[in-house]
Design a protein around this ligand. Structure first.
Ligand code: GDG
Length: 731
């Protein structure tokens, strides 16, 4: 492996100009915390904005900063104040951030911000390209850099590129409101591996890609033209050891004693977040007020310590939020405060880490209730720092962390009553129950800590690259095509095994419309007229249709994936004797899914039933297919039939019948100088398997296949056949 280049909007440090030069201090934040550890240990370079604009420093300063960055294995992308205003505060934080957290009304859609976003992504690309080489691995982070994977891929196609999104990926219904949605998806799709915190976000992304770009997916792989991209959930974690051990340090213990003394041994509820509208701070304060109203027995017995660290303070929405929070805190405190007891301690500051850790270990309850949150590391930190296994975590079900921390108390962060009751339940929870739940969650966080998260991502990225290079797609380039034509010309006995739909003809709205056009008939005719050529149409279609279309031509036909066969100038006969009574049971099930999926329809063939969904909404169809297959699998267990995934069709047919078996009669025991087999879907894979390395097997479309080569589409297949016909004429 070459070197690893980490890329994020901000470098993991803050700069301060001192008389002696710039001082570098590590910065706070989920990503900084997660990767700082990895960067410290590994041999990586980190590329990002150093946090200071070009207006704020002279050329000398920049040199000084660059030197300091190089010592820390970092490279700075220097941005102007205009870049920061439009790309960072603008497009990233006023468009993407609210939209991806489902705050559609807060999302601004300024063209000028988008232009700046593209410009700054380009700046990142050019800085990275100064150090990146073939064989390097680039790991890009977060929503500020959606366009970067594609930009880098265009310049160095061989790079191994990973992209990780730290915020939620919204439902495609929300995502598609973004005017620049396709460019953003294309940008991300430049990566080889795309990671999200949860499986829900993975599904949302896959669904957007399918709907907007039309790329199909299977088992977490998206087939994007010539490339396959892996999409997977990698739930980010924390440095478990640090959070587990640090609370026992002298400094933290001292802080803890001070906190306990100041709250006069009352119960403590703590919460800490950036002051952001996604964090649900107003709802939480209201819920705490409701709790005090509903459970007066807790008056003077509990204190909420609410820490909100300042964030994006220049943005109007954030100023409004701060005012709202302060007003609500004032209302609750005004209503319930007694001499010697203030119910909420509100801290609008960044607190030092020792204080944070002391707060974690002194608190009886951690109240973490974001309205949406990609993951939320605070929740994990709270559990990890409690080596005594005490304390109750009340967590929003809309935080990514809720998927992993199933044993804590979950709340709907919009439901004030629900949160108020959860606070009561948490304060009342018996110690043994706390220990039981926390033990399980701590163990889970310990096993999958931040190092594991990072190494898991990087090794998956390497694995994808290996799959791509070993199995890869082998395009029919000029050299291979020339060799094929040469082999054809030198052969005397030549076999062609050609699938029909999706191979020789494009898909049409209904199967009946896909009639062979005169051009196709003419080229096939030329092919079979050549001495030594044997053509077999190997199709899944019923025999009557194939007879109508090709009955007059001097060729062989295999119908229904190998149930029926007609030799040249001969008659139809059954290759396999089949029993079809199962159809009566299966047809009603397929019909019931036609009702649920507008556009889908059932086709009855001689010995199979096909459920077509090419005209249906692909998303809706996919949603029905898994349920339908589940039902079918249960029904067919003692029938001699199987379920086949075709290209936008699910086919149920007798087991043992397949194209591979049908073509064996042609390929085994007969001596061919040249074989060409072409097909476009999974049913053709059986045929490719029989051929193995014999002749030229070609899968239409760029997808994993047993075929030796790939062609892009029907046009390319026809072009190849035309060239084969032409080469002999020319020769
Ligand atoms: C994104 C996603 C996702 C906060 N205030 C103080 C302080 N912190 C520390 C916490 C924690 C971190 O900052 C915040 O973590 P979050 O998980 O809330 O992350 P975000 O920075 O909002 O960023 C989020 C994350 O990326 C990782 O993928 O989980 O969903 O939005 O470590 O402890 N630390 C100190 N004083 C503070 O006042 N010392």
């Amino acid at each position: 492996m070459g070197k690893l280049i980490l890329v994020s909007n901000r470098l993991p440090m803050n700069l301060k100009k001192e008389p002696k030069g710039y001082e570098f201090t590590p910065s706070i934040g989920g990503l900084a915390t997660a990767l700082a550890h990895y960067h410290k240990e590994g041999k990586s370079i980190w590329v990002g904005w150093p946090g200071i604009t070009t207006q704020e420093c002279s050329k000398e300063d920049i040199k000084d900063i660059m030197k300091g960055l190089t010592e820390r294995r970092c490279r700075g992308v220097f941005l102007s104040s205009q870049d920061i205003e439009d790309y960072y505060e603008g497009f990233s934080n006023k468009t993407i951030w609210p939209l991806f957290h489902y705050f559609i009304n807060h999302a601004s859609m300024e063209e000028s911000d988008w232009i700046a976003y593209k410009r700054v992504n380009e700046k990142f690309a050019s800085e990275i390209l100064k150090v990146a080489k073939k064989g390097d691995t680039i790991w890009i982070h977060d929503y500020h850099l959606f366009l970067l994977p594609r930009m880098l891929r265009k310049k160095i196609p061989e790079l191994s590129i990973g992209f990780f999104l730290h915020i939620p990926f919204p439902s495609s219904e929300v995502f598609r409101t973004l005017p620049w949605r396709n460019e953003i998806l294309q940008g991300i799709m430049g990566a080889d591996l795309i990671g999200f915190h949860t499986y829900d976000y993975v599904l949302h992304f896959i669904s957007s890609v399918r709907r907007l770009l039309g790329y199909e997916n299977s088992l977490g792989y998206i087939h994007a033209g010539a490339r396959t991209v892996k999409v997977r959930a990698f739930p980010i974690s924390i440095d478990f050891d640090h959070y587990s051990k640090a609370p026992a340090s002298k400094e933290v213990l001292k802080e803890k004693q001070q906190i306990l003394k100041r709250v006069e041994n009352r119960k403590i509820i703590m919460s800490i977040d950036r002051m952001d509208y996604t964090k649900g701070i107003p709802q939480r304060i209201r819920a705490y007020g409701r709790f005090l109203e509903k459970y007066p027995e807790y008056h003077e017995k509990v204190t909420l310590i609410n820490v909100a660290s300042p964030s994006r303070i220049h943005v109007d929405t954030y100023q409004d939020l701060k005012l709202e929070v302060e007003q609500l805190v004032g209302e609750v405190n005004g209503k319930f405060t007694r001499l010697g007891w203030v119910p909420i301690w509100y801290i609008f500051q960044n607190i030092p880490e020792n204080q944070l850790l002391a707060l974690y270990s002194a608190s009886d309850v951690a109240l973490i209730t974001p309205l949406r949150d990609g993951m939320n590391l605070t929740a994990k930190e709270y559990i990890a720092s409690r080596s005594d296994h005490h304390g109750v975590l009340v967590l929003s079900e809309l935080a990514g962390a809720a998927k992993e921390l199933g044993e804590c108390l979950h709340v709907n962060p919009h439901n004030i009553e629900d949160i108020a009751d959860a606070i009561f339940q948490a304060l009342e929870m018996p110690g043994e129950k706390q220990v039981r739940s926390n033990r399980i969650m701590r163990e889970r966080i310990r096993k999958y800590d931040v190092d594991r998260w990072a190494s898991d991502f990087v090794s998956e990225l390497q694995r994808i690259k290996e799959i791509q290079t070993v199995k890869g797609y082998s395009k029919m380039d000029k050299t291979i095509t020339d060799k094929l034509l040469k082999d054809y010309v030198h052969g005397d006995r030549r076999l062609f095994l050609l699938d029909y739909d999706g191979t020789l003809i494009k898909f049409k709205g209904t199967p009946d419309e896909a009639v062979p056009d005169p051009e196709l008939r003419s080229v096939l005719r030329s092919l079979i007229e050549k001495k030594g050529n044997e053509l077999v149409i190997v199709s899944g279609r019923d025999k009557d249709t194939l007879e109508r279309w090709f009955g007059d031509m001097d060729l062989n036909i295999i119908a229904e994936h190998g149930v029926w066969f007609k030799p040249r100038k001969g008659k139809w006969s059954m290759i396999e004797q089949l029993e079809d009574s199962w159809k009566e049971k299966i047809r009603p099930v397929l019909e019931s899914y036609v009702i649920k999926t507008p556009g889908a329809f059932v086709e009855e063939k001689g010995h199979s039933l096909a459920w077509h969904y090419r005209k249906a909404d692909q998303n809706q169809a996919q949603a029905q297919i898994s349920e339908m297959k589940e039902t079918l699998h249960n029904m067919i267990s003692n029938l001699n039939v199987g379920i086949l995934n075709g290209n936008r069709v699910i086919e149920i047919k007798n087991i043992g019948v397949n194209k591979g078996r049908a073509v064996r009669k042609w390929t085994e025991g007969r001596d061919w100088d040249f074989i060409l087999a072409v097909g476009d879907d999974w049913t053709d894979e059986d045929m490719f398997e029989v051929l193995l390395e014999k002749g030229y097997s070609i899968r239409v479309g760029y997808t994993d296949s047993r075929a030796r080569f790939n062609l892009k589409n029907v046009d390319e297949v026809r072009d190849l056949i035309r060239r084969i016909v032409g080469v002999e004429d020319a020769g």
